[in-house]
Structure formats: structure tokens, C-alpha cells
Write a protein of this length. Sequence first.
Length: 243
Amino acid sequence: MLYLIGIGLDKEDISTRALKAVKKCKEVYLEKYTCNFPYSDSELSRVLGKKVLAVNREFVENASELLEKAKKKDIALLVYGDPLIATTHLALLQEARKKKVRTEVIHNISVLNAITQTGLEAYKFGRVTSIPTWQDNYRPTSFYDILKENQKINAHTLFLLDIGLELEDAISYLVKVSTDRGEGAFTKKTPCIACSCLGTSKQKIKFATAEKLARLKLHKPISLIVPAHLHFVEEAYLKRFKF
């Protein structure tokens, strides 16, 4: 059996159901390549009462070894947040089905739930997208296109920052793409919300212009929200995070 388990945002978010599953497992793997964890592997191990082994993208996406193990014994793959937010895990479940490996998915809270702590209404968010770290020969800009699409329908935009990416850099990417295209969808004066370690005791939410937020040094994981037109209730709630 392969258990695909969401461990939530804080180390103590794991559910009773998930704990029972983990205790049955012979091996427990932790996927760590998708985001910066706000706590250590050893802290998680203490909560679970079991040793966890961190694995890389190749181990999960080329799932042969994982599924072969799961044919013979109970195996758990732990995922930050909810396990089915990433399409990688849907592909893993499909592959398990082909190989006749039994699976069970155990859900948990993710950043998509926790962003409501900003006071923004959940149903007013548009497409969610990630901002990847630019390389010399790899500078994708699709995240900016999604921002523009959301703005057309007056929807809030949630950006998930790539592992290791600083808030200052993510904001500079948005400003650069907008400037290079001669558009005003995002400028240094755009009001934004920066979220750090959402759903944990380290959580910080800051509301200001992009220029001001870029000066902050926040703990990871970080997400950035560009709000659309605000309802008066949203606007009133956001004032507590303004600086």
C-alpha cells in the first residue's frame, strides 16, 4: 500500500488518520524539493514518532522504486500542504493504478486554504501560479500572463515562490516583465500582500506597495498576492497588515 499523505503547513497539522497510517508503514519518505519547509526533518520525526527520509524530484517522478516497495509493504510519501495540489502526485497515482499498487490519499490544509487569513475572500481568487527562479538561459514569464488574465476578471492573484527564491527577486521579475512589455499590470507601486510561513507559529502577513515589500527579509516559504478590487470588508481587514 502507498499512502500519499498531506502534512499541512505546521509540523503539528498532521491528522489522527495520517498518524495511524504512518505508524503502520515500514518506510516513510518526505518530499522536500517543492518548497522551503518552516521546520526541520528532526522536528517532524519527533511528531510522527518515526524516522523520515527526504527524497528528491527524480525519486518521486520516476516512481518505479517507490511503487515496487509499495507492492510488498506499506509505504508513506509525505507532502507539504495537501498532496493533490501538484499534478506530479496525480501522475503517481495513475502509475500506481497501472501497476496494481493499492493507494490511499490523506488530505490536509494547504496554502490555498491559509491565504484566507489575509482577509481576502477565497472565491475571488483567480488562477494560482508559481514564480520560478530565473537562470541565464531560462526566464519564463507565464506567471505575468496569468496575473493579466486574473486582472481582466477582477480576481486576486496568488503567486507561490519557487524554492529558494527571495521576495525581492520575485517582485523584480514582475516589474521587469511589465516594463519590458511596456505595460502597467505590475509596477513598484502595485499594492501587494506578502505571506511568510502561512499557517504556522512563524506566520507573517504584510500589506504594502511592491517597492516596500521588496525590502523585507521574510522566512520561507513565501507567497505573494496581488489583490484585485477589494470589497470593503476585505479592505478593512487588510489594514491590520499595512505598514
